[in-house]
Design a protein around this ligand. Structure first.
Ligand code: NAP
Ligand code: SF4
Length: 675
């Protein structure tokens, strides 16, 4: 008997059967563009071995003008087809199924040749699109259908037609982007002509026994988006045109409402997909912020969908389904929805990987092979770097002891987990605890390891982390000044008016922590919807609440400062920085750049502005919180090295600047893969 009867139930599609109800959603990994097809094949085969029922590839361009960026991968030549065949063969050998996503970006294509229904530039691209004429429209439809036929030739089990997220097909559907007055614009019947015709032509091109998924935007979250009636009309039309399955898209990329970030509640949009259940005969897939088998099972058991789509969770753990099926859910590495190593990498042109699992996308190169020569290894420090190093070394067969000065494991992760909107870090620490236990790491809490204590070990890995940087501001020893550590560890009372020194990741986190009180909206979906202005699309077009965002009033009056003149928060995550900034702006946090810290006294923080130290002023406050970055804690490493010991120094103890858990975990994994 399984805990996940709905999740693990097969799904009969008539001509083929899915082994369970889990789809790996499309992610652009940038792997195809690298041309190492063995690496691409291993990426997908590893996930097929993990028993996911069906995977969807990253978006493949149907033609040059529709590619997300110039040179985006697509199936253009016999050579492309042969390369994709390497992938599909490997997946089938592993017992999996794989569909290729056909993605025409329309006005989201990052290039001067982009095309769209109307010549309206998107707010997230510098390139104004060319308006298509009748022949141009016919070419796009034909290219998409040809691409689908080539996917079949390349051995795929199906295609997903990308019709959501504000891409080309979506752009025809709504007056936000379609101002045409010919048969492709105007009435809804005309606006949906192109997506429906695409599905019809794709079906005709691939035959009956081939999966055709249509990804349909169920809640656009942009002005002048679709009404619910239009969504249902389209769903029925694409079913009639030959779609096998309808997948859910949530929000356009240009929407100013977060849809997948870590602060979005789990399964935040399953209720939207549920509204479509019963309206169509084909299976319906739901998606967004589903990241545990419990949540996925509940979504299916409650009838929100027939299938769940998870994408990033399969970067974090390719064996998600297999572990759930054999009762080992605690060992599923959790996706914390941070975007730091996946989507942020995609937008930086790097290979997507995972903060939690640095093997993702690097399966052929970062291998945790059993060791032929087991050693006694001491790891000092149980932050993300140390825990990863300990687990990977133990997995490989080494005998590992992990020393932690604190009474609990987790290091800096324990500060992240108290921030409203970062609750997913709880699951990450829990997972590390499960892995340390399952791999037999000897965890010694409450012990500050000394160089002498470590003499019996063959190898020592020092992951002692960081210490807060001393900003050396006159008056910082006063009773009204706290370090972020005191605040986030709950060791100090903070007054109603706060000035924060430093606007890096931790300054933003501390601000978020201090402006909230009561329950975190991330844990209360109704509150979260109110805060961001998400409404029922059946009541309000596009799912936008007419009154807009309604955040709860801030719990404190907060000012966030930095010395650099640049916009505060500019260096936060590429795809999530805007959410942090918007969230604090909603709480009326003042952000001031280009300040000099002159002194602190009982009245507040005295600053001046600019290089010439002009406009001196006092920022009155009850509490000043120092978030001025960090320096490496290297005292143990230095002591060991002074004794002539060879040590491996990783994480913040190695380099504190720009430290994040992504680098720490990657470094921990790589060092232990090589010992
Ligand atoms: P940080 O990002 O390096 O920011 C340090 C801040 O302190 C900056 O605003 C810096 O700006 C200021 N500062 C530096 N030296 C100073 C000095 N001597 N006196 C006064 N101010 C000084 O460090 P952090 O905020 O401690 O974060 C540490 C790491 O954790 C980050 O690099 C980040 O990757 C990670 N983190 C990430 C997130 C996230 O949302 N992704 C959240 C939390 C933490 P000025 O020099 O211009 O004043
Ligand atoms: Fe999830 Fe973060 Fe990993 Fe991306 S990098 S898959 S969001 S945990």
């Amino acid at each position: 008997m399984t805990d996940y009867p709905h999740l693990l139930a097969p799904l009969d599609l008539g001509f083929t059967t899915l082994r369970n109800r889990v789809l790996m959603g499309s992610m652009h990994t940038n792997l195809e563009e690298r041309g190492d097809w063995n690496r691409v094949a291993e990426f997908y085969a590893e996930r097929a071995r993990g028993e996911v029922a069906l995977m969807v590839t990253g978006g493949m361009a149907p033609n040059a003008e529709g590619g997300v960026f110039p040179g985006a991968a697509g199936l253009y030549s016999p050579e492309d087809i042969a390369n994709h065949r390497i992938v599909t063969d490997r997946v089938h050998e592993a017992g999996g199924k794989i569909a290729m996503q056909v993605l025409h970006a329309g006005r989201y294509a990052y290039g001067p040749d982009c095309v769209a229904p109307s010549p309206i530039k998107s707010p997230i691209s510098p390139f104004p699109p060319k308006e298509l004429d009748e022949a141009g429209i016919e070419k796009q439809i034909a290219d998409i259908a040809t691409s689908a036929a080539r996917a079949r030739e390349a051995g795929y089990d199906g295609v997903e037609v990308m019709g959501s997220e504000g891409y080309f097909l979506n752009q025809f559907l709504v007056t936000h982007t379609n101002k045409r007055i010919d048969r492709w614009g105007g009435t809804y019947e005309n606006r949906m002509r192109l997506p429906v015709e695409v599905v019809r032509r794709v079906r005709a091109a691939v035959g009956d026994d081939f999966i055709v998924i249509y990804r349909l935007s169920m809640i656009d979250l942009v002005p002048d988006g679709s009404t619910w009636e239009e969504v249902v009309t389209l769903a029925k039309a694409v079913e009639a045109a030959g779609a096998t399955i309808i997948n859910t898209g949530i929000g356009w990329h240009e929407a100013r409402i977060p849809t997948i970030a870590t602060s979005v509640p789990r399964r935040a949009f399953a209720w939207v997909t549920k509204k479509l259940m019963g309206e169509v005969g084909v299976p319906v897939i739901t998606s967004n912020r589903i990241n545990t088998p419990e949540v996925a099972e509940a979504v299916l058991a409650e009838g929100c969908a027939d299938v769940v789509s998870m994408a990033r969770p399969f970067l974090a753990d390719p064996h998600f389904v297999a572990k759930a099926a054999r009762g080992a859910a605690r060992r599923i590495a959790p996706c914390i929805a941070c975007n730091q190593a996946c989507l942020d990498h995609t937008f930086q042109g790097k290979v997507s990987t995972c903060l939690v699992n640095p093997r993702a996308g690097h399966e052929t190169e970062l291998v945790y092979a059993p060791t032929a020569e087991p050693k006694r290894i001491a790891v000092v420090g149980s932050g993300p770097a140390g825990m990863t190093a300990a687990v990977v070394a133990a997995l490989r067969g080494h005998k590992v002891t992990l020393f932690e000065e604190d009474e609990v494991i987790g290091g800096q992760l324990n500060m992240a987990r108290v921030i409203p909107g970062k609750e997913e870090f709880d699951g990450l620490v829990d997972w590390f605890a499960a892995e340390l236990s399952a791999t037999g790491v000897d965890v010694r809490l409450g012990i500050a390891a000394t160089a002498q204590m470590l003499s019996e070990y063959d190898e020592v890995i020092v992951a002692t982390g960081v210490l807060p940087r001393d900003p050396a501001i006159e008056g910082q020893d006063g009773p009204n000044v706290l370090s972020y550590v005191d605040v986030l560890r709950g060791r100090a009372l903070v007054g109603p008016r706060v000035v924060i020194v430093g606007a890096g990741g931790i300054g933003f986190d501390v601000a978020e922590f201090l402006v909230h009180e009561g329950e975190s909206p991330t844990l209360v979906p109704e509150l979260w919807r109110e805060e961001w202005g998400v409404a029922d699309p059946a009541r309000f077009r596009s799912g936008l609440a007419p009154e807009g965002p309604q955040p709860a009033p801030p719990a404190r009056d907060v000012t966030l400062l930095q010395r650099k003149a640049e916009k505060p928060g500019r260096r936060l995550g590429k795809t999530t920085g805007w959410i942090h900034r918007a969230s604090l702006q909603m709480k009326q946090v003042r952000m001031i750049a280009g300040v000099n810290y002159e002194r602190i006294d009982a009245t507040g923080l005295h600053v001046s502005h600019g290089e010439a130290r002009e406009r001196p002023e006092c920022l009155p406050c009850d509490t000043v919180v120092l978030c001025a970055g960090q320096v490496s804690e290297r005292s143990l490493a230095d002591a060991l090295q002074a004794m002539g010991r060879r040590v491996h120094v990783i994480g913040g103890a190695d380099v504190a600047a720009e430290l994040d858990a992504k680098r720490a975990i990657d470094q921990g994994a790589r060092i232990s893969a090589s010992i």
